[in-house]
Write a protein that binds this ligand. Structure first.
Ligand SMILES: [Fe+2]
Length: 306
């Protein structure tokens, strides 16, 4: 029925708007109400995800940065950052192990500084630079220039990255499922491979029972992060002492082979677990490691021969 005013005289009731048509008109207000409610939901969600985050850029890195911090005999961490990754601002961590021959093994090398180079030299010669995932390699070249005699090791998939080929970074040896003779007496090793090119090598410093990971576990603290990063990290479980959503997706694609590799890693039952982003597990490592991977390997562990 049309809403057009018919040709009638003033006062004629038929000039009034058709009530059946008027009844359908609230569509516009209803739409506006729905948009308003959705916007309020988004704002509320954003506020919830950013709750407790740092003002401004925050104290992202774990101070003091770019300094050796002892963990146990012959193992140290170096906290560094913040680094930028896909618009996010994150802390990052290197782990240093002194091998049985006195040489140093640098896992996921962070920013090179002359002071850090001198502090490392006081511990021993840098013999090995390790890029344990396809994402943790960007500071490798600076350390290669500083330590030209060191051997650079990387997960095999790193060679395929265009950015790596263009960077001029050198990769001498591939990381595989078992530790090479160069460090097998001090450090155990394994690989977790998923879909979409995900690869991460894990390491166990035998004497201190310390598991050294990179991105398989994240445990970021929102209070140290800028609001947008805090929101993204919360939304992707990177603040929950477990595997972040993006890595979960890759691991899920890996199927049973990936789950078996994770069970082998969990079976190392470490005393502590270090990873690259967030607060490490300083104690109760075996139980916390099992909980971290409950989502993919419930119950977690299988015995590891040897
Ligand atoms: Fe990372």
């Amino acid at each position: 029925m049309s809403t057009a005013i018919r040709d009638t005289k003033p006062g004629d009731p038929s000039r009034l708007p058709d009530p059946t048509v008027e009844a359908k008109r609230p569509a516009a207000p209803r739409k506006a109400w729905l948009i308003g409610a959705a916007a309020a939901g988004v704002v509320t969600g954003a506020l919830w995800l950013t709750r407790g985050s740092a003002r401004g850029k925050g104290a992202v890195a774990y101070a003091p940065v770019d300094m050796l911090k002892p963990v146990a005999p012959d193992i140290w961490i170096v906290d560094s950052g913040p680094i930028g990754a896909m618009g996010l601002t994150l802390p990052v961590r290197m782990t240093v192990v002194r091998l049985k021959d006195g040489g140093l093994w640098l896992h996921s090398p962070t920013r090179h500084t002359p002071a850090l180079e001198r502090a490392l030299a006081d511990l021993g010669p840098v013999r090995h630079l390790v890029a344990p995932t396809v994402a943790h390699w960007t500071f490798l070249e600076a350390w290669q220039r500083a330590c030209p005699d060191a051997t650079s090791w990387a997960v095999p998939a790193l060679r395929d990255r265009g950015a790596v080929r263009r960077s001029g970074v050198r990769i001498d040896r591939d990381l595989v499922d078992t530790a090479p003779a160069e460090w097998a007496d001090a450090i155990g090793q394994g690989m977790v491979r998923g879909g979409a090119g995900f690869e991460e090598a894990w390491f166990l410093h035998r004497d201190s029972r310390t598991l050294i990971l990179t991105d398989l576990i994240e445990n970021l603290e929102p209070a140290k992060l800028p609001p947008v990063t805090a929101a993204m990290m919360r939304a992707t479980l990177a603040t929950r002492a477990t595997t972040g959503v993006h890595v979960r997706a890759a691991l899920t694609l890996g199927g049973e082979a990936t789950r078996a590799a994770i069970r082998r890693m969990v079976a190392t039952a470490p005393e502590r677990v270090i990873f690259s982003h967030g607060t490490p597990f300083d104690s109760d490592g075996a139980a916390r490691l099992r909980r971290a991977f409950d989502w993919v390997a419930p119950g977690g562990a299988v015995p590891v021969p040897g």
